[in-house]
Design a protein around this ligand. Structure first.
Ligand code: NOJ
Length: 763
């Protein structure tokens, strides 16, 4: 098939001007090859390349095959098997110019094997661990015939009401940028053309995480300084790492929808950042330009989007319907269509599809027999990544680790839930393949202890909420209510707790509560579960909370009442085993929060790297006329970078190699970190910088480096960080990145709030 295909394509090309060279040479010359192809294309074929359709939603299969054979589709998404993709590629190759299509999918935190959600991955603060999740995802997705993932999702979120906070990597520009770079490299491997790579399409460009009030799809109004300093760096990092695609966000930015935003897509992305890959709209975003009220009709919407720089329109027929007439009327230049087509063909070229359209689909005889990938899951990797993503928030009286003995009562609506363990956007993961906490604990305990189990409560008793969460899945509802009265369920759980030595309560959110279109006004654990926890507390038995959730929750009651709190996010396929590893001490927790946990929803936004103010709140001395709320202290309940271990760590004073940093030179900041406890363990040493006086207000601190350190009990190690001028740069009022001379403070700690500091001067 491959040889025949190449022959057909090259024979076609060699008839044309750009094919002055011989056929095979032309295929090796990307610009000439693509130019030659564009020269042969009709307007209809060109517009076809700009169409990205959702399989299963947009049109019936026979029609898809017909449209593919006519060259009217450029790419598809939402299929996950080679058997599904092959006939579509066959059809595309029957088209006049035999241009292959690409296959995309939302591989966000795993493909078949599901890893922890974004917030969980970020909690590992370990780029190798995060890379492992991305590489496995690429291997699995490409083996299923996929060429592109709509990931990484690098939207900075400082507002946990936003449901998509779960997908991202938290609140900090430096940490999220490091992860963005890591994920792009992991997905794209040696090159996007490799048969085990998928092209990364970074999203959602841009600033989607800053939607007003945390309401999904809403407006973003932000100063250019803040954008460049805090919110844009992760997208830039992904692009600098070579991301082949960019998905454009659904929000507006300072009055202009991202999908019609020429400044965003041309000035910033292409001109300033030099992006030369493909841009895709988000689902239906071009039609939504009418709802935003910037386009009178479909024709105007299509014109705005193509002129702004959206190459492919996702699940939207407007390009197909409107572009031909727009070109004919001269409202859109053919050159503008050609640029978009060039990017689409360029992406396919980079994916290696012109060299071999079946590069990832392979041949039928090699198709895996187990369609659900049971035998192909990477369970060991999933367990390892998941346990490194767990954050220990509280542990009084060494309640944890639990002994593998006696009687344990496991309660809560999330204790035995397969589907929630997978988290939102769990791609092609099959819920039943996940290990629930109950199963994980049973496997860990064998017959060494008795594990009693009672559900205790439904996720929520609010029927309206249940209906909302099940909206998309009427046939197979995700939130299944136990019909028993709440009191009866609580009584059953209390009875189990009374027989036990310790209670493990798995509570939090269903996965759908932290998802697209799942913004919340409250960060509380739902009342049904709170009632359960309060009843359990009354038994007087030690209470261990295992939290599953996709956003920071309000944990005041939990902090005051639980003996231990373990933040597990949604941990993926091997979640139950990973959590059990932590609960029983087979793994010593090392995760740190990538996002601040506010004390209450009213405190939002709460983020550690906030700007200084003229009347700052002073901890311990709150007074009138300072910047604060009068009912509760400022600052988070659990800060960015925080997380405990079963051992203790101590940091020495900070040592600087010199009191000054010369412009072209470096300065070394070092500390000694010691494991002061009885167990081996790992922690994350974090380096923050504060610029003491500058031409614009600077944050109280900013993360600039971190290092995960594994230490045996009693071991100590010197950790050295090298700083240079670049680490001190910021975006000034003229939007230039500069480092201004003067005094800086370097702060090193094991979280963002408890730090040791030293000062130095930039010359
Ligand atoms: C809409 C979501 O906003 C986006 O993240 C996703 O990639 C697309 N749908 C495709 O599923």
């Amino acid at each position: 098939m491959k040889r025949l295909y190449l022959f057909g394509l090259i024979a076609g090309l060699s008839l044309h001007a750009a094919a002055a060279k011989t056929g095979p040479d032309l295929l090796d010359d990307k610009p000439a090859f693509i130019a030659s192809l564009i020269e042969q294309m009709t307007l209809e074929e060109k517009i076809g390349q700009l169409r990205l359709i959702s399989i299963g939603a947009d049109m019936p299969r026979p029609r898809i095959l017909k449209e593919l054979a006519a060259g009217h589709i450029g790419g598809t998404f939402n299929t996950v098997t080679r058997q599904d993709n092959r006939p579509m590629q066959d059809a595309a190759l029957q088209s006049r110019l035999k241009i292959p299509i690409f296959f995309a999918y939302d591989v966000v935190h795993g493909h078949r094997t599901i890893f922890p959600i974004g917030l969980g991955l970020a909690s590992s603060w370990d780029l190798d661990v995060i890379a492992k999740s991305g590489r496995v995802s690429a291997i699995e997705a490409s083996a299923d015939g996929l060429d592109m993932t709509f990931a990484p999702m690098v939207d900075i979120s400082r507002d946990p009401r936003w449901g998509r906070t779960s997908e991202g990597y938290g609140e900090d520009p430096y940490l999220v940028s490091e992860i963005a770079r890591t994920m792009v490299k992991a997905y794209q491997g040696e090159s996007p053309a490799a048969s085990d790579s998928v092209t990364a399409s970074v999203k959602h460009f841009a600033l989607y995480g800053a939607v007003e009030g945390g309401r999904d799809y809403n407006v973003v109004d932000m100063s250019p300084m803040r954008m460049h300093q805090d919110f844009l760096p992760p997208y830039r990092a992904a692009i600098d790492a070579g991301a082949g695609g960019v998905m454009v966000a659904l929000n507006s930015i300072n009055g202009v929808p991202a999908s019609a935003n020429t400044w965003l897509l041309q000035d910033l992305l292409r001109r300033d950042w030099g992006f030369d890959g493909v841009t895709v709209s988000d689902h239906g975003a071009i039609s939504e330009l009418m709802r935003h009220g910037v386009a009178r009709d479909g024709r105007e919407a299509a014109r705005l989007a193509i002129k702004a720089g959206i190459d492919m329109s996702m699940a939207d027929s407007l390009y197909r319907q409107e572009l031909p007439a727009l070109v004919e009327a001269g409202d859109v230049e053919i050159g503008e269509i050609d640029s978009a087509v060039r990017e689409v063909l360029g992406a396919k070229y980079d994916m290696g599809l012109f060299h071999d359209p079946y590069r990832r689909i392979g041949v039928a005889r090699d198709d895996p027999k187990d369609t659900n990938a049971e035998s192909r899951l990477h369970r060991e990797a999933a367990r390892d990544v998941a346990r490194q993503s767990i954050v220990l928030l509280e542990n009084h009286d060494q309640t944890l680790p639990l002994k593998k003995g006696g009687t344990i009562a496991l309660v809560g609506p999330l204790a035995d839930s397969y589907v929630d363990m997978m988290g939102s956007w769990s791609a092609a993961g099959v819920a039943k393949q996940s290990v629930t906490l109950r199963q994980g604990m049973l496997d860990a305990l064998g017959d060494e202890a008795v594990l009693l189990h009672a559900r205790g409560a439904n996720i929520t008793d609010d029927q309206h909420m249940v209906e909302y969460l099940n909206f998309l899945n009427w046939d197979d509802p995700e939130v299944v209510q136990d019909p028993r009265p709440a009191d009866e369920m609580i009584a059953e759980a209390v009875a189990a707790a009374e027989q036990a030595d310790v209670i493990v309560a798995a509570v939090g959110e269903s996965r759908g509560m932290s998802h697209e279109a799942s913004s919340r006004t409250s960060l509380q654990i739902p009342p049904s579960q709170q009632a359960l926890l309060k009843a359990l507390k009354k038994t007087g038995k030690p209470l261990v909370l295992v939290l599953m959730n996709g956003r920071p929750l309000e944990l005041n009651w939990a902090k005051a009442n639980a003996e231990a709190i373990v933040e597990t996010w949604f941990s993926g396929t091997e979640g139950g085993h990973a959590i059990a590893d932590v609960l029983f001490g087979d793994y010593n927790p090392s995760g740190k929060l990538p996002i601040s946990f506010p004390r209450s929803v009213g405190q939002i936004p709460t983020y550690y790297n906030h700007l200084r103010v003229g009347r700052p709140y002073v901890e311990g001395k709150p007074g009138n006329y300072t910047s604060q709320y009068f009912e509760e202290p400022n600052g988070p309940l659990y800060p960015f970078g925080y997380g405990l271990s079963y051992t203790g760590f101590e940091l020495s004073k900070v040592r600087l190699s010199s009191p000054t940093l010369p412009r072209e030179g470096t300065l070394e900041a070092s500390v000694t970190v010691k494991n002061t406890g009885q167990r081996d363990g790992a922690t994350v040493v974090q380096l923050y910088i504060q610029d003491l006086v500058a031409s614009v207000i600077r944050p109280v601190k900013e993360l600039k480096a971190f290092r995960k350190v594994v230490l045996k009990a009693g071991e100590e190690r010197e950790i050295r960080f090298s700083l240079d001028e670049d680490d001190l740069k910021f975006v000034n009022a003229q939007l230039q990145r500069v480092a201004e001379s003067g005094e800086f403070e370097v702060q090193i700690g094991l979280d963002s709030q408890h730090v040791k500091q030293q000062r130095f001067v930039l010359e």
